[in-house]
Write a protein that binds this ligand. Structure first.
Ligand code: MEV
Length: 435
């Protein structure tokens, strides 16, 4: 049977499922049933989800959990997190409690500028292009007024447009490098619409200018950049080294080992990638819960981590005069209006839980989630090791894989409070009860 089809998107949902289950699955009924199990009985809600993308067959669940007790700039938050990894929410909650008892998190917005570019090629005299651009810039901005008027009323809009000569990197390559302030919108649609308008006006004015009869201009593409090093937020925690002392932990020793772990992630890319992955466990979970674009955030963050020419830790630490300070600077282009924010009921719910933050506040909350996550990871790694806590949280997944019933789960949970969790230990424990 052919595994190729044309006109798939025109089929109804059930026709699509029929074709897929006939073509790719050995058990048609079972495969169909899995998809149907996740359909929402509320037809309107299901339709909303169906219409987010093309070819929707069903819904793909992730758990939505919360990490309470975050004290940020003196205000308490419970942070929503959508994530499948078992230990992330527990780690965030632990770090929130820990720092809540040591003055909480402080945050600062370092910038909110976003970037877009019109990429084009041009053959001709460079000075003429520069003077043409200087004379045309005001027209570009004026022609985009119908797009920018509302944003300007609220205090945002186009900040600047510059002509950039990139011909040293690539023959005939130039850009209009544009800066925007998009306030509470993530701004992708706003920026892309402005850029496409700039490109149109630029080309029109160019073609009308007799100086360029012998030259060629070709607009290649107009698109925002997800690299946003000037849409930046800092989150930090700080306390005296003594305050880091706990029952099995000497504050001074802990601070020194912690700082060494961060220093390693600053110089060793293999470690830095895992270190930053742990930060993104916290960041992505809140980005997802608030309906933001985690791919955009991921791309921008990792580019930022490489800005010095090698991939480095996003977090940093100092110990000065017995004061331990731990911070993150992270670029986050987020929206609290537009996109899914008013559409997805769980996103709306998350915003209410967060007390309706604007984009700047959301940047601060999410940076804190990343810093907290990294603190929890480094604390575990440099003290007990990561597996103890991780496997404890993973226990339920192993029990579910073994189809454990509620009583088996209860017995296992009690037993593994005092015994190390490994996959084989859980299997033998369950087998033992069953026999
Ligand atoms: C696991 O998801 C994340 C960690 O590996 C992060 C780290 O190593 O810092 C624990």
């Amino acid at each position: 049977m052919t595994k190729k089809i044309s006109g798939f998107s025109k089929l109804s949902k059930i026709q699509k499922i029929d074709w897929l289950t006939d073509t790719y699955f050995s058990g048609k009924e079972a495969a169909t049933q899995v998809l149907k199990t996740y359909w929402n009985t509320d037809k309107k809600l299901q339709q909303l989800h169906d219409e987010f993308i093309e070819n929707t067959l069903t819904n793909y669940y992730l758990p939505l959990g919360v990490a309470p007790n975050f004290l940020i700039n003196g205000k308490h938050y419970t942070i929503p997190m959508a994530i499948e990894e078992s230990s992330v929410v527990a780690a965030a909650s632990k770090a929130a409690k820990y720092w809540g008892e040591r003055g909480g998190f402080k945050t600062t917005i370092l910038g909110t500028t976003k970037i877009g570019q019109v990429h084009f090629t041009y053959t001709g005299d460079k000075t003429s292009l520069q003077s043409f651009f200087t004379a045309t810039k005001a027209t570009l901005i004026k022609d985009a007024k119908h797009l920018t008027a509302n944003m300007e009323k609220r205090g945002g809009g186009i900040i600047d447009i510059q002509l950039v000569d990139k011909t040293e990197s690539l023959e005939n390559y130039y850009q209009l490098h544009c800066e925007f302030e998009t306030l509470d919108a993530m701004g992708a649609n706003f920026i892309n619409s402005c850029l496409e308008q700039f490109a149109k006006s630029f080309e029109r004015e160019f073609n009308a200018d007799i100086r360029f009869r012998e030259s060629e201009l070709c607009i290649i593409m107009s698109i925002l950049s997800n690299y946003v090093p000037n849409c930046l937020v800092r989150a930090e925690v700080s306390c005296s080294v003594n305050q880091l002392t706990e029952k099995n932990i000497d504050g001074k020793e802990f601070a020194a080992k912690f700082a060494q772990a961060i220093a390693i992630a600053e110089v060793e890319p293999y470690r830095a990638v895992t270190h930053n992955k742990g930060i993104m466990n916290g960041i992505d979970a809140v980005v997802l819960a608030t309906g933001n674009d985690f791919r955009a955030v991921e791309a921008g963050v990792h580019a930022f981590a490489s800005k010095e020419g090698s991939y480095q830790s996003l977090t940093h630490v100092t110990i000065e005069n017995d004061i331990f300070t731990f911070w993150i600077d992270i670029p986050l282009a987020l929206g609290t209006v537009g996109g899914l924010t008013k559409l997805h009921p769980l996103v709306k719910w998350s915003f209410e839980l967060l007390q309706q933050p604007n984009a700047k506040e959301l940047m601060q909350i999410i940076a804190v989630a990343g810093l907290a996550q990294n603190f929890a990871a480094i604390k575990s790694l440099t003290t007990t090791g990561i597996q103890q806590g991780h496997m404890k949280m993973h226990l339920m997944n192993i029990l579910n894989q073994l189809d454990a019933n509620p009583s088996e789960k209860e017995q296992a949970t009690t037993h593994f409070k005092t015994h190390p969790v490994t996959h084989s230990a859980v299997v033998s424990f369950v087998n033992k009860i069953r026999s």
